[in-house]
Ligand binder design. Sequence first.
Ligand SMILES: Cc1cc2nc3c(=O)[nH]c(=O)nc-3n(C[C@H](O)[C@H](O)[C@H](O)COP(=O)(O)OP(=O)(O)OC[C@H]3O[C@@H](n4cnc5c(N)ncnc54)[C@H](O)[C@@H]3O)c2cc1C
Length: 334
Amino acid sequence: MRRVLVKGAGVAGLTVAHELAARGASVTVAEIRSQIGGKASWLAGGMLAPWCERESTEEAVVTLGKTSAEWWERTLPGLVTKAGTLVVAHARDALELARFAARTRNHQSVDEEAIAALEPDLAGRFRKGLFFAGEAHLDPRRVLEALASKLRAMGVVFLFEAGEIAPSGFDRVIDCTGMARADDDLRGVRGEMLILHTREVSLARPVRLLHPRHPIYIVPRADHHFMVGATMIESDHDGPITARSLMELLNAAYALHPAFGEAETVETGVGVRPAYPDNLPRVKRQKDGAITVNGLYRHGFLLSPAMAEQAAGLFNSTTKLESENEADRQRRSA
Ligand SMILES: Cc1cc2nc3c(=O)[nH]c(=O)nc-3n(C[C@H](O)[C@H](O)[C@H](O)COP(=O)(O)OP(=O)(O)OC[C@H]3O[C@@H](n4cnc5c(N)ncnc54)[C@H](O)[C@@H]3O)c2cc1C
């Protein structure tokens, strides 16, 4: 049985561990921190929104991400909500909505009545919107915990507070350490977020509120909790949320629904998204023989299933190549 060390227990590491264990490898996950969840991954919104994301990214995000919800549902049944995404804008920002519609597809225009039918708590607040029926969302924390439990049941070993582990005990190392990976091409994109709690609002799906300067989204979580995100700042600084970002996120949440003004602020958080220059993820074979899965940027939950499958494919093909080379060597020396 091939032995593989996966470094990092964020969404990249856990999905890679799953795909390798499912293909029969003996997998150890080493995490430098004391628990699973990653750094950026724990802060994510959990939107699986390839068509909305096309507004600001390449077509590859749609191609790689459109089957992601099915992967998560198949892997962890019952943890994905397939209720689409609603995109709205206030009347004064109608141009933003037109621009968003022009840059994306797989949506339908919705009027005030249709918005109220989808989200009764938004009735009368927005005249126009876009509905992306094919999108989905999940709760990243629940999903990562469930995935780790499943991996343990599949025989995957977890090492926490792991120092440097000698690669010699493994056939291959797969590095999923996000921003910690020394890679000159990687940069950080800081994302600040909040979790609010209010019983005055119910939402069935992620809602994006367009605005020329401060677009936000709100993702519903269990028991009337709402993740409000997120800033996009070109920086790898992961210090606490700034007063300005806090104000902007709260203002935007209040603009979506005034009841958010009375919500409890349960949590503020800052994650740094690892990104390559084109904002697309990569599975790379490094000079030291390790495979890296990185650069998931805004799309860790959306794209990690496809990246994990690519990494498993590369792992299989390189292991096969190496055992063929070994067979060649043995033939030559016989
Ligand atoms: C505010 C915010 C909102 C987001 N919303 C979404 C969203 O709605 N949908 C979506 O798809 N994506 C979203 N993202 C993006 C997503 O969170 C990231 O793309 C993803 O989490 C990156 O995952 P990762 O596993 O590569 O990195 P991380 O989650 O950072 O995990 C890397 C792990 O490696 C560990 N590590 C570091 N060094 C070592 C070492 N030497 N040995 C062992 N372990 C090590 C770290 O401790 C960490 O646990 C969001 C991101 C942010 C910040």
